[in-house]
Design a protein around this ligand. Sequence first.
Ligand code: HEC
Ligand code: HEC
Length: 343
Amino acid sequence: MKKFTNLLLLILSLPLHAAPDGKALYEEHCSVCHNFTGKGGIGLPLTPEILSQVSDDYLARTIRVGRPGRIMPSFNTMSDAQVAAIVRYIRSWSGKPGPVFEKVRIKGDASKGKPLYEKHCVRCHGKDGSGEGPGTGVTLSRERSFMVMPAALNNPGFQHSASDAMIHDIIQAGRKVGGMPSFRNKLSDEQIAHVIAYVRTLQPPKPKQGMEEWRGKPAYVMESPYDFETTVENVRQALTGANFRIFPARYLEQGLTDEFSVNTRQISIRFCNFKELYHLLNIDPRLGTVLPCRINVIEKDGKVLVISANVAQLAGLFNNQELSEVGVLMEEIILSVMEEATL
Ligand code: HEC
Ligand code: HEC
């Protein structure tokens, strides 16, 4: 009955041939990383300052291609109308139309741009433009007080989306929110052209070795031969055996529905090994927002399933060798816990 009412409500709320709802699409696909109001999180902020620097064309391309290897997925199955609706919605926050840039290449000399880049940009954007300083790992490449990660300038998603003219204006203006200084009085137009020519030569890092077998699987699912209660108890015991501290379990739907209709046959066992977590967060503080640290046990169609997100893959998204290695280690521990609980 409930399902039917929901369906009916859905149909009633969708006028025929309606334009896609940009707000709903944004909230569904973007808000986890960019926040509901665009103030940023794992993803870069989309504040009025930043929106005043980027074109609609750049926004649309960025949505389409994402940032491969830098967490943001590509939304390549959305229709043009959906992408345009999201862009319109983001624009509505500042109430101003975006700038339009000429698409022509700015002519500069990369060999003259290199020393300028090394002098002015390396400390934040890293030697190869990946946002990682030389051998220092993601966080140490910027000052601790930075709220925002410097974007990866070598990312093919960025390179494909940004025009030279746009990059020119960003270098001139800087970005207050992320602490990027203005170079208006430090670099001439000609020097900026050289820097851009050099930025265009930056290549994405090679895919990390040893991650292949962890890729492509968003979650691991194991079927338990035991009943629901025994499986939950087994998982708890296996976690304790692996030195994890367990937090009070939560029903998966808790907070989403009222307490009387909560499905008590779906439980989320939350745990953490604080030492490991602390180490991970030191490598990249953003990981805290995505690291699940939970194993779900659900009963569905008479089967009891034990489920965990692919932590190795999640950690791999940050494109940091050390983090990837710890992620793989965590994943191996979690999988062995799941195996033990369902043996
Ligand atoms: C899983 C996290 C994630 C999701 C989901 C996501 N993004 Fe991003 N986004 C990022 C990250 C991380 C970056 C910065 C990439 C980098 O560091 O190079 C980014 C960058 C951007 C940029 C470039 C900002 C700038 O300053 O140039 C835009 C625009 C953007 N995202 C829009 C969106 C929109 C719109 C959606 C939804 C359709 C979306 N993102 C979904 C994580 C995400
Ligand atoms: C003090 C640190 C710092 C310095 C120095 C710095 N940047 Fe940035 N830059 C950032 C941060 C942080 C961001 C992301 C800010 C944001 O979007 O809020 C950024 C964003 C950018 C962007 C936009 C990228 C995107 O995906 O939106 C470009 C282009 C850029 N920087 C180029 C440069 C160049 C070229 C130089 C040297 C001339 C430079 N920056 C120097 C910190 C810095």
